[in-house]
Design a protein around this ligand. Sequence first.
Ligand code: 5GP
Length: 188
Amino acid sequence: MNRMIIFSAPSGSGKTTIVKHLLTRFPTLEFSISATSRAPRGEEQHGKDYFFFTPDDFTARVQRGEFVEWEEVYAGVYYGTLRSEVERIWKKGHVVVFDIDVKGGINLKKMYGKQALAVFVRPPSPEALQQRLSARATDTPETIRLRLDKAAYELTFAPQFDIELVNDDLASAKLQAEDLVRGFLEID
Ligand code: 5GP
């Protein structure tokens, strides 16, 4: 059976770190490279971190039905999962791993049912989340406030996931995530 593991979370919950860790631990897992209409940041590369499309190209691909799911994650900025990406990974016999927003995660879970394990990564508390976002030092106070508001909204979707992983201590969250993968893939 083709399978997938979905990680979704409010911004600042540490999900990307957890996903990266799992990819180093389980060779059968392969990351689904998303498409986005935003510009690359820093060292990001097309076809490695994301497929970077212009907004027009992204919209045209939506109309051609190239995405399994897509969302306007931030105002005017689109992110989506290409059908071709999921098929490429399954063709290799690998398990697809997603790092996607909460609504996208729920949509994939609805589509793929038992083939999918949907994990909600929960930041420990609003205060801790605020500290983490502030510590990144890349965002303005206004951006941080918007992200916190969005996080509060996204937390209301947690019950729609198969499981919640509380990330109050990164080392233990990584180990718990490994256990979840082993359980889902039925490996010792
Ligand atoms: P960033 O721009 O910081 O890389 O990502 C912004 C947000 O978009 C993150 O919450 C990330 O999980 C989400 N995201 C990335 N790829 C996808 C995707 O393919 N679909 C959806 N729905 N969200 C995505």
